[in-house]
Write a protein that binds this ligand. Structure first.
Ligand code: 5AD
Length: 361
């Protein structure tokens, strides 16, 4: 019965709400193995057994928001705040560029210092000093006009997880001023501006049920983001959810496999949270169908300050300097690092092939 649900997933068009719930309830080690084998086949057919790298630069740990799960929430007086200078940001990207990175993700809290004008200037300077690179922004909710200017400055992609597609669950994770409605408005604005758009959710956040996850999957099947980020919930000691249990590794992996079958061409990271919850978390993510890894390019002295949850990895294979380690770990699972920007196939660049035919990095 559950194999039929996997067949149906692979046919496209998604499942009904009840079927998503049924599939998640039927999760067993044997079903997971079968799902992962199918997910890898689908990924390999489209992209080859490769992962794309994104160099992550964490611009600022200031945030005006107060999300209950996040260590960078405004009310956390113990959080160490920092803000990188344009020179530091550019230098971080240039280090990555020399290492072969061709996508830079500028991520940060919703920091009022980074007004549109400043981000526009940053995007332009990264594009100028790292020719042939894509710029991804991950700077939270903004008005349409801001997104428009950022797009015009040359940013190609934007990550904004929807966090949960269930409005009541959204209320349990965020204060009143943040709504699922505005989150979705942002995602639609980004798409309409021609950004490759990323959504995603936290697995095992407090109050989440299989019903919520079924809604997340239905939302993804409908919106069809070019990129999807999911990772296990990790408690942070200075948040209202300090005592909540971490999300489940196996459930996260299972959802990665489901997402790969549902949206075969999606760019799907094995996230830092996955690497943080288990020593081989990233590899397990790749074995479940993920095809993106985002090593940290931020200056080493600020990395610990970007503390969205406890025990967040920022060194070893997680760090840009750990590329050799990452290469070795990927080789052990018969996978390699893909060259190039790694655009979604619907946004293919004229001079880039994403498939297995491309050169080795
Ligand atoms: N555990 C796991 N993921 C988290 N995020 C924020 N806080 C946590 C946490 N405690 C995720 C959110 C956010 C992304 C940058 O990190 O989904 O969008």
């Amino acid at each position: 019965m559950s194999l039929q649900l996997l067949d149906k997933l692979a046919e496209g068009g998604g499942l009904s709400h009840a079927e998503y719930v049924e599939l998640l309830q039927a999760r067993s080690p044997a079903l997971a193995e079968e799902l992962f084998a199918r997910a890898r086949r689908v990924r390999d057919r489209i992209y080859g057994p490769q992962v794309f790298l994104r160099g992550l630069v964490e611009l600022t740990s200031y945030c005006r928001n107060d999300c209950y799960y996040c260590g960078l929430r405004r009310s956390n007086r113990n959080a160490e705040r920092y803000r990188l200078t344009p020179e530091q940001i550019l230098a971080s990207c240039e280090v990555g560029y020399r290492l072969g990175f061709r996508t830079f993700v500028l991520q940060g809290g919703e920091d009022e210092y980074f007004i549109d004008e400043r981000v526009v200037a940053l995007v332009r300077s990264v594009k100028a000093s790292c020719p042939g690179s894509a710029v991804t922004l991950s700077l939270g909710e903004k008005p349409y006009e801001s997104y428009r200017q950022l797009r015009e400055a040359g940013a190609e992609r934007y990550l904004l997880r929807h966090e949960t597609a269930d409005p009541e669950h959204y209320r349990k994770l965020h204060p009143e001023n943040l709504t699922l409605e505005n989150r979705l408005r942002c995602l639609h604005d980004l798409r309409s501006l021609g950004f490759q758009t990323g959504a995603g959710f936290i697995v095992g956040s407090p109050g989440q049920t299989l019903d919520c996850l079924a809604k997340d999957l239905a939302f993804l099947a409908d919106f069809k983001p070019e990129m999807i980020g999911i990772g296990p919930f990790m408690p942070h000691h200075d948040t209202p959810f300090a005592q909540a249990p971490a999300g489940d590794l196996d459930l996260t992996l299972f959802l990665l496999g489901v997402i790969r079958l549902l949206l075969p061409t999606v760019l799907l990271p094995a996230t830092t949270a996955l690497g943080s919850i288990h020593p081989r978390g990233r590899e397990l993510g790749v074995l479940a169908g993920a095809n993106v890894i985002m090593p940290n390019l931020s200056p080493p002295d600020v990395r610990d300050k970007y503390s969205i949850y406890d025990n967040k990895l920022s060194s070893g294979a997680e760090a840009a300097e750990g590329l050799e380690d990452l290469r070795r770990r990927l080789a052990e699972i018969n996978c390699r690092i893909a060259p190039g920007r790694g655009d979604h196939p619907n946004f293919a660049q004229p001079d880039e092939t994403t498939a297995a035919s491309s050169k080795k990095m």
